[in-house]
Design a protein around this ligand. Structure first.
Ligand code: GLU
Length: 304
């Protein structure tokens, strides 16, 4: 009984950024989250992550939903759009400001680069500078540009915040947030909400229990766990799936020109995505039947 109760509470989601149509790599993430939800007897939701409006061409969201429908990946509830959720993100930011964890930042990119150079540091992360904490103790008369989250262990001291977590596929992971990432942007200088805040607020709002997504996002997990904790929200479990690589060995992404998914044969598209996830060849003759067989063959069995 207890077991049935637990699995029926499972809520999973696929959260595409509609910057273009789905490509083969994004279908892998969609399929993995759907299969994991079904293998746990859970619900599966779709969230359109269109917070970065300028990067989302009109109609791309509808295109993504129709591509998912063509391979029978249908959500259990109507999708939600992050562009409608600004009030919730603002409320979360207000709470973080009130508790002292979020602060306004007046630094330009140039000012950050200069402060880092002055400290004699050369820390960069995926081309992003690790914020040196300049505005943590006040704006020094500068106008507020962005809002940031403190990534120290406590509010009172500047000790490093180290996050330890376990990924269901990658195993034990850890990250020193303070040193490796620095204070996280919650609201950008251009007024747009940052992915890190939106994803955390919405996962909690949609009662997501299990995050299943591509391995390229694994590195964001500690930031999101820190943010969840600061907001007093429950932490989901995480499963990061293998990435699909292009012929040049690079991760397939819209940025490096991945082709839109070829759905002229939906079953073949599902088979290719299944192969990337380590599923065996399944005998099904149609995509609905293939999905049913894939749930049974899903290698990431319901957690104990
Ligand atoms: N919207 C993100 C992306 O498309 C995924 C967010 C997530 O799954 O946490 O890369």
């Amino acid at each position: 009984m207890a077991d049935a109760g637990r699995t029926s509470r499972y809520v999973g989601r696929f959260a595409p950024s509609p910057t273009g149509p789905l490509h083969e790599g994004s279908l892998v993430a969609a399929l993995a989250s759907w299969l994991d939800a079904r293998a746990h007897g859970g619900r599966w939701l779709i969230r359109i992550e269109d917070v970065d409006g300028p990067r989302c061409p009109p109609g791309a969201d509808a295109m993504v939903l129709s591509q998912l429908a063509q391979v029978n990946l249908l959500p259990d509830e109507p999708p939600i759009w992050q562009s409608t959720r600004g009030a919730a993100y603002q409320a979360a930011l207000d709470r973080l400001v009130a508790s002292g964890w979020a602060y306004p930042c007046g630094c330009s990119r140039k000012a950050i680069a200069e402060a880092i150079a002055q400290q004699g540091q050369t820390r960069a992360r995926h081309g992003e500078l690790v914020y040196p904490g300049t505005c943590r103790h006040g704006l020094r008369g500068l106008p507020a540009r962005a809002w940031r989250l403190r990534t120290t262990a406590t509010l009172q001291d500047e000790q490093d915040r180290r996050i330890d977590w376990t990924d269901r596929r990658l195993g034990p992971q850890w990250q020193d947030l303070t040193r490796e990432v620095g204070d996280v942007v919650l609201k950008r200088a251009d007024g747009l909400w940052a992915y890190q805040l939106a994803v955390v607020v919405d996962d909690a709002w949609q009662q997501v229990t299990d995050v299943v997504r591509g391995e390229d996002l694994a590195d964001n997990t500690p930031r999101q766990m820190h943010l969840l904790e600061r907001l007093g929200l429950p932490c989901p479990t995480y499963l990061h799936t293998p990435l699909v690589r292009g012929a040049n060995g690079e991760k397939l992404s819209k940025q490096n020109g991945a082709q839109a998914l070829d759905l002229s044969d939906p079953l073949a598209a599902l088979r290719r995505a299944g192969e990337a996830l380590g599923l065996p060849h399944l005998a099904a003759a149609a995509s609905g039947e293939w999905l049913g067989q894939a749930v049974k063959a899903w290698p990431y069995r319901p957690r104990q």
